[in-house]
Design a protein around this ligand. Sequence first.
Ligand code: G6P
Ligand code: ZN
Length: 543
Amino acid sequence: MKIETIKTTPIDGQMPGTSGLRKKTRVFMEPRYLENFIQATFDAIGGGTGKTFIVGGDGRFFNKDAIQTIIKMAAGNGAAGVIVSQNGILSTPAASHLIRLNKADGGFILSASHNPGGIDEDFGVKFNAQNGGPAPEGLTAKIFDATTSIEQYKTVDVDDVDLSSIGTTHYGDMQIHVVDAVTDYQALMETLFDFAAIRALFASGFTMRFDAMHAVTGPYATAILEQTLGAAAGTVVNGIPLEDFGKGHPDPNPIWAKDLMDLMMSDASPDIGAASDGDGDRNMIVGHGAYVTPSDSLAILAANAHLAPAYSDGLAGIARSMPTSAASDRVAAKLGIGSYETPTGWKFFGNLLDAGKVTICGEESAGTGSSHVREKDGLWAVLLWLNILAMRKQSVADIVADHWNTFGRDYYSRYDFEAVETEKANKMMQDLRGQFGELVGQSHAGLTVTSADEFSYLDPVDGSISKNQGVRIAFDGGGRAVFRLSGTGTQGATVRLYLEQYSGQGGDIGLDTQTALQNVRDAAFAISAMEATIGRIVPDVIT
Ligand code: G6P
Ligand code: ZN
């Protein structure tokens, strides 16, 4: 086997965002585009010699081609081994688990998460480090640096690996193991949850619909929910991963999982509905007539986690991203454990988890997870909910209502304004920053501003500082508006406006969410002058 060194030149714009490098698929398919980024990653981690890597993806268009390229480049870079999932299908949390289980040196996850897939849609590559978590900012900066000075990449000229059959083969000295990633993931779940209790729950007539959205979790959910836990056949829908996700948008929220929402709001509703995204790290939970916001789900899971075997000794602490509601902080306060507020992006939880400061983490963007891996984990959240339901023997709606009665309710909604002109979005953020000095004490839409600043994070573990992580404006009476530009979009800028209003304990917990948030929303519109700056106040998506 001959190693080939191929000349290349830097390609602009290979800067990883919130979650890896994400671009239009056709951009990734351009000559040397993928190769440059992969070589830059090998260079940034000090080369591939003697190392072992996990490779897999969410099954979207170009997944298999990219996997073949990466395996050959791993061989070209002197790797000792590659562990690749059968047919290249590997959920993000399962990838994190495989890295940890095999003590691998890292992993390449091919996914654009919840973004649509296909030749005219999105593709992405993310490198996860030895701890199984997304590369921290220091490493993504090194990777980007390497993309700006790259001169060559290394590969081997060999036939493709047969990804369809489990087994071991090799390119020269490099071993290639094709594995069944579902088995290892399921084994991990069995160590965390009371499978017997969940099995008894299903045996008692409990019903569920899990929408895999034609994405990666189908095989995992079918094996675990239907074949192991005894959920009825047909519980998992859209369970076969498709390269274009059935032309859908594999994002588990009330907009993109509308069929599931409609079912759960109807008389024909099963007891619980759940969905996961393209690469299996996000989740949506909905009871009969009761959508659970991700922020509430994090708080409820944290408050009840002790009902599952893995967490019966209690939690070390809880972390949430800054735009996530304060609901989980209230749980941490009651439990007397630490609560942490990090920037958006799962990578910021890694240090806290590694240092044992937190056990459970979550984000408003439909992600919850724990110390069992270093990614958020859609099916894990679903199984923890099932474990809690099996122990409490109450409905999802009753558990949510009970939580609000105990802690008060944090009304919450996110408005997304997509494909905004980047310049205009930046100007709006700049104008907001310019007002910090004068906002406090001002009154807008009947609310008085109590603080206004931009979130900056000091990592308590490694001391690194991450600035410009979103503008936050707090109002008297427990309201908050946060403005942020998305780091995962592939077209123009996506402005996110996160709205929150605390009802207080003993407050009204039965209001319609948008009604409860009306004043905070109007105040946010007024302060940002959104209509004038970005020309929009009607969001593309409300979650
Ligand atoms: C990905 C990351 C999350 C993040 C989300 C939203 O899913 O893994 O950690 O919360 O993107 O990011 P964005 O920058 O688009 O708001
Ligand atoms: Zn995802």
